[in-house]
Design a protein around this ligand. Structure first.
Ligand code: CP
Ligand code: NVA
Length: 300
């Protein structure tokens, strides 16, 4: 049987994705009730981080421990990956020792090459193209606060980056409409847009995109690896700020999400981030529960 990977939300069927979201909420409840659940006893997750992380690292490591397993933090700084050992060789070696591998890296193609040579499931912990684990947590958060998301309208404001791309895949799988407000030159991935068809469309004016939205989402203007473009991006995105005036155009009961870390008074005002419509702390917590559901699905 060929091994399942999670490089994109599109690696799951709609039914599987819905099942994972429901399971995440169940695992959360079990955790709160103190129920011990250790289906990954004796199993190890290798975690390769070529970029910084707080949430992803801690949630995967704690998640593995709670499920009875163990996680290994592997940095290119002190493994042979950082000294040029081919990714294919690293995949073949590591996957003979661990039971799953999570990778955070730059080029998406790198994780695809790793997965193609891995005997064990590979999980995308963020690439330049996608951040699917974050979407599991975001969707769990939406379902917990508001129920089903099918037929709803989500407005993504800002850069057409990995978060935006993963929202496009979520719209396709879960049947919501995605309005993307991004400046010209910062569009999301055209192939993902094309695959999503009518589910996702670009609306340049953030005010028009936010009108009537059920959920407003944003992310940083300069992602990891784009630090040099910071000042140029500050200019390009000056109009793409989620503040009280923008939220007022969305539905009165609209929620606000941000994968974090956030830059207050850049992509989002403090008023919105800390306000009553913001669910960013639940969203961050749900990284743990959603990924436990994913680890159980792929590795148990
Ligand atoms: N949202 C997210 O992935 O956070 P980290 O970069 O801290 O992992
Ligand atoms: N788009 C951001 C997300 C960080 C979690 C980045 O790639 O840096």
């Amino acid at each position: 049987m060929s091994v399942r990977h999670f490089l994109s939300l599109l690696d799951l069927t709609t039914e599987e994705l819905r099942g994972l979201i429901a399971r995440a909420t169940e695992l959360k409840r079990m955790h709160y009730e103190g129920v011990e659940h250790t289906p990954l006893k004796g199993k190890t997750l290798g975690m390769i981080f070529e970029k910084s992380s707080t949430r992803t690292r801690v949630s995967f490591e704690v998640g593995m421990i709670q499920l009875g397993g163990h996680a290994l933090f592997l940095s290119p700084r002190d493994t042979q990956l950082g000294r040029g050992e081919p990714i294919e060789d690293s995949a073949r070696v590591l996957s003979r020792m661990v039971d799953g591998v999570m990778i955070r890296t730059f080029e998406h193609e790198k994780i695809e090459r790793f997965a193609a040579h891995s005997r064990v499931p590979v999980i995308n912990g963020l690439t330049d193209l996608e951040h699917p684990c974050q979407l599991l947590a975001d969707m769990q958060t939406w379902f917990e606060h508001r129920g089903d998301i099918a037929g709803r309208t989500v407005c993504y404001v800002g850069d057409g980056n990995n978060m935006c791309n993963s929202y496009i895949t979520a719209a396709q799988r879960l049947g919501f409409t995605l309005h993307i407000a991004c400046p010209e030159g910062y569009d999301p991935d055209p192939d993902l847009m094309q695959q999503a068809g009518d589910c996702a469309r670009i609306i340049r004016d953030p005010r028009e995109a936010a009108r009537g939205a059920d959920l407003v989402v944003t992310d940083v203007w300069a992602s990891m690896g784009q630090e040099d473009e910071q000042s140029q991006r500050r200019q390009a995105f000056a109009r793409y700020v989620v503040n009280g005036a923008l939220m007022a155009l969305a539905r009165p009961d609209a929620l606000f999400m941000h994968c974090l870390p956030a830059h207050r008074e850049e992509e989002v005002s403090t008023e919105v981030l800390e306000g009553p419509q913001s669910v960013v702390w639940d969203e961050a917590e749900n990284r743990l529960h959603a990924q436990k559901a994913l680890l159980e699905f792929l590795m148990a």
